[in-house]
Design a protein around this ligand. Structure first.
Ligand SMILES: C[S@@+](CC[C@H](N)C(=O)[O-])C[C@H]1O[C@@H](n2cnc3c(N)ncnc32)[C@H](O)[C@@H]1O
Length: 411
């Protein structure tokens, strides 16, 4: 499902610049930012309104209109390549600088990763109307006065009867190795099916997608379940294929993860949230690895076959994310995560292990918490997201190191 707004209502977006980059933004009519705000930029559509905040001078420039959709590398050479996520803009009339931008934006709770919607957008636009007369001289010679144009915009936004989207922050990638997502999904549309037993929190995949791929990249989930990976990829403008031994919806291809029908080195990222043992009944398919106990070596042997396949289809240097949790059943602890890590190490180079808080478990009830205390065991509180990469022929470790020799003068 695409993360399309419910309506095509005009939204506003905020960009930032500095003393150094302001002129380039205005001369090129190009607003740009780093990959951190990539998720915001790819959601900007032609016709959305844009504002430019100079962080050094504390000015807010407006009003601009996106004349195309936001995307990476519209002008590759711009800003010395530092700001690849870009949108082409056009000023609506003359450019008006508002002073005290920080106060205005803070007062209205406008941030760089929150689309500015209906009422708030109108209030912000009105700032540009009211100050226009006393504002400093416009930067460029006015073609038409912006007052009428802004007034027109305000009226069309107010008269638009379409249902308004909920104002929602566009998530920014996690900065630590501990991730805790209170909800299974994010954004305006569901991602996967939160009723599917063992559904993956969508923000895990979102973080993987934004950390390790670019828009247009090709992502594969060999055990796709209810399709969370497909939905996240669509919303984040990646191409994706999802397989599962038992297909839960038409866009998921029925396939065994131990034989993936794709060419060698053809994929930019693999994400797998595999069974953790036989704790969940996914389906009755005889080849469902979730029917094998994680207490037996067979479980790891079978999953290893899908690791080998994932390795084969991944391009060199590209990343796999494997989500896995430990097991404690009938007084027996099985370190499933460590065992999976060991097997993955046979094929991939380790990069990171993320600790993901487990929420929404069926055991997350008072009765189970009491039982855990009374009978002296623990409920599983986290899962591992194991992040590894397929080595490049010349991997970082093997690359010849540049040695800086110090020469001493003799005598
Ligand atoms: C934890 S669930 C995946 C959840 C999924 N990421 C989602 O968000 O809905 C594990 C999935 O592995 C699938 N599976 C088990 N054995 C498989 C196999 N041999 N090949 C492909 N998929 C398999 C199960 O059918 C199940 O849907």
């Amino acid at each position: 499902m695409e993360d399309k707004p419910k309506s095509d209502l005009i939204r506003g977006f905020l960009f930032a610049c500095t003393e150094k980059s302001e002129a380039e933004c205005l001369e090129r009519s190009l607003f740009a930012t780093e990959k951190i705000y990539g998720p915001v930029v790819i959601r900007i559509r032609k016709g959305d309104l844009l504002f430019l905040n100079n962080l050094d001078t504390n000015k807010l420039y407006g009003v601009f209109k996106a004349i195309g959709d936001g995307k990476p590398n519209i002008e590759q050479g711009a800003f010395g390549g530092r700001y690849p996520y870009q949108v082409k803009v056009e000023a609506i009339g003359e450019i008006v600088p508002l002073t005290d931008a920080k106060k205005i934006l803070k007062g209205m709770k406008i941030g760089r990763n929150t689309p500015i919607l209906k009422g708030k957008l109108v209030t912000l636009l009105k700032h540009f109307l009211s100050t226009q007369k006393q504002a400093e001289l416009p930067i460029f010679t006015p073609r038409v006065t912006s007052n009428d144009l802004i007034q027109e915009l305000i009226e069309s936004i107010l008269n638009d009867q379409q249902p308004m989207d909920i104002e929602e922050e566009i998530p920014i990638v996690e900065s630590t190795t501990f991730w805790d997502f209170p909800r299974q999904s994010y954004g305006l549309t569901p991602k996967g099916n939160n009723k599917y037993a063992g559904v993956t929190p969508a923000l895990i995949i979102y973080n993987m997608v934004w950390r390790y791929t670019e828009p247009g990249d090709f992502i594969v989930d060999p055990m796709c379940g209810s399709g969370t990976t497909l939905d996240v990829c669509k919303a984040e403008k990646r191409r994706a294929i999802g397989y599962d031994i038992s297909s839960a919806r038409p866009d998921i291809i029925q396939n065994d993860a131990r034989h993936i029908p794709l060419e060698d080195s053809s994929v930019d990222m693999v994400f797998i949230d595999s069974p953790y043992g036989d704790n969940i009944k996914y389906n009755d398919h005889p080849d469902n690895i979730g029917r094998i106990s994680s207490e037996s070596e067979e479980f790891y042997d079978e999953l290893e076959k899908s690791m080998k396949e994932s390795h084969r289809i991944l391009k060199e240097g590209k990343v796999i994310g494997w989500l896995i949790g430990d097991q404690w059943v009938r007084h027996k602890f099985t370190p499933v995560g460590f065992k999976i890590y060991d097997r993955l190490c046979k094929y991939f180079e380790p990069m990171e292990i993320i600790c993901v808080a487990r929420r929404g478990q069926s055991s997350n009830t008072d009765a189970w918490h009491n039982r855990a205390r009374r009978f002296n065991f623990y409920l599983r509180g986290f899962k591992y997201l194991i992040i590894m990469r397929k080595a490049s022929k010349v991997s970082r470790r093997d690359r010849p190191r540049k040695v800086e020799w110090a020469y001493y003068k003799r005598g």
